[in-house]
Design a protein. Structure first.
Length: 230
């Protein structure tokens, strides 16, 4: 079955695949996760607000992002953001964003919609009495959220947040449409150059499976540990 399989091309490509490709993939995942959680938390708080000027735009944004394919959003931001940025600053030419920062902005804003729903569920899982207790201590709304509600919400939603991050890690492979050298993009270049599509794409699939399965297994144990503590 593997008589014509070239293992040597995989071995020769390992330094390039992991030094260039996987480094970019992990960097994009980490930056998009951090930015997405921060922005998503703000969106969640806005959605839970009773003020229409906050909850209506936040709900519209979340529903829009969750209803559009990610690859389409990648194209939107890559081609439109430079023109929008140039229009905002009054420049005649589009600003130079670059493929890397365009992908960071895209994934941050897209994933924020999903993190927002996770955080909204986490905030709503906190008993209302916690909020009342914070207010009784003289804390204002933001202090109550920051010191009382959000720490508990993050703990409750940590397994789900990490699961969404695993999905984000997998989705970063879509940056190949911008010709960026992520892990999949690096493998695709080698596959086209050496004519070894089966070997390279199979190897990429195995690596993604091992990483994603290992992280999912870790999240499962973390969820069980948190449940036991409670």
């Amino acid at each position: 079955m593997f008589s014509g399989f070239d293992f040597d091309v995989i071995e020769r490509s390992l330094p390039y695949l992991f030094k260039e490709g996987m480094t970019f993939t992990l960097t994009l995942t980490a930056m998009a996760m951090a930015g997405g959680i921060v922005f998503g938390t703000l969106l969640a708080m806005a959605r839970l607000s009773s003020i229409p000027m906050f909850n209506v735009p936040a709900a519209t944004y979340v529903n829009l992002m969750r209803s559009v394919p990610l690859v389409l959003v990648i194209f939107w931001f890559y081609f439109l953001v430079p023109w929008i940025g140039g229009w905002i600053i009054g420049a005649r030419e589009p600003i130079q964003v670059g493929a890397f920062w365009s992908s960071v902005i895209t994934f941050t804003l897209f994933e924020a919609a999903y993190y927002a729903e996770i955080m909204r569920a986490g905030i709503q899982s906190i008993p209302r009495g916690q909020v009342s207790a914070g207010q009784a201590l003289g804390l204002n709304y933001w202090q109550t959220m920051g010191f009382v509600v959000l720490p508990q919400a993050f703990r409750n939603m940590l397994p789900v947040l990490l699961t969404q991050t695993i999905i984000l890690f997998q989705d970063t492979s879509l940056v190949y449409v911008l010709s960026i050298t992520d892990f999949l993009g690096a493998a695709a270049k080698i596959a086209q150059r050496d004519g070894r599509l089966v070997e390279m794409y199979l190897f990429v699939a195995v690596v993604y499976f091992i990483i994603s399965f290992s992280l999912s297994y870790g999240v499962k144990h973390l969820q069980q540990r948190i449940a036991i503590i409670r």
